[in-house]
Design a binder for this molecule. Sequence first.
Ligand code: SAM
Ligand code: SF4
Ligand code: SF4
Length: 335
Amino acid sequence: MKKENIKDMLDRPLRDLRISVIDRCNLRCQYCMPADKEYTFLPKDELLSFEEITRTAAVFAELGVKKIRLTGGEPLLRRDLPTLVHMLSQINGINDIALTTNGILLPKQAKALKEAGVKRVNISLDSINDSLFKLINGRGIGTKPVIDGIRAAKEAGFETKVNMVVKKGMNDDQIIPMAEFCLEEKVQLRYIEFMDVGTTNDWKMDKVITKKDIFKQLNERFDLEPLNPDYFGEVAKKYRYKGTDIMVGFITSVSESFCGSCTRARLSANGHVYTCLFSESGHDIKELLRSTSEDEPLRERIVSIWNHRRDRYSDERTEATAKQRKKIEMSYIGG
Ligand code: SAM
Ligand code: SF4
Ligand code: SF4
């Protein structure tokens, strides 16, 4: 395979790679990893090493990936994460490294991550009400450690966003308070529709608060203007608070799916490639990585996986499909 022709071999554009660096987490958010359910975590030797992750990411970069997002579980639990970030930042073609985190460990790690090459950070916070947040995260952790994380991210110079999963009966009364908090902090808030990822979070369609519902509430309280997408495949639908440069976004995976422009591949912590967040199984590339130092077989395997991709789960979702499939957990694949 000639290197200059590699990208032409793909049927659909491949732009983003999400890498889950660990499947463990220090929280048990009820929409993701409910505290009353049992989880088995990967043994350490099953996790890809930093060298293996970097080698795989470099092959993805040859195939067109420009952006990498590190996630988990909780990615900041992976020891020496800045070292991995530095290694990834050296890959030709990678111009954006981002992180999705619950933020709790950011005050300790923000500076090192920034120096290593992380540009953008998304921090999850689903309520600004302390007792409600403790309840949602299943570990009794209050909002302060996360707010400290948000402030540490801003101080370190990251482009910082806050992610809020909205679920009916869980935190729908937090839509406006969270908007006010993020406006005050001058960070972009992104409302995420509750999704049927995995099988443990008891998802039901009637628990989903759609963008339309959220927007209605926001629009009654604030003056908003819609913004055009910045690039093909941008997932968030964005608005600006008029008279400011602060934005607010919506991830409408349930009510307005966007499979047709999905340019995203995912690599799990144990080296499985997933072409969709709702896949039942991934494609194991760890064996190949560990059996040869040649990149060519790895490249051919990834090209083949991507070219056989037919995913459009969110386009086809119904209450029934959500129950039929044995999908992998969000904490394993990383959102
Ligand atoms: N632990 C990190 C965090 O919470 O940001 C990274 C991993 S978490 C799985 C990635 C993202 O997925 C977070 O923004 C989280 O809120 C979101 N998420 C988890 N479960 C979800 C669900 N059922 N529906 C929608 N978003 C979900
Ligand atoms: Fe952990 Fe993130 Fe899932 Fe919450 S959303 S349980 S912080 S992985
Ligand atoms: Fe992409 Fe799958 Fe989500 Fe559709 S459902 S946007 S194919 S990850």
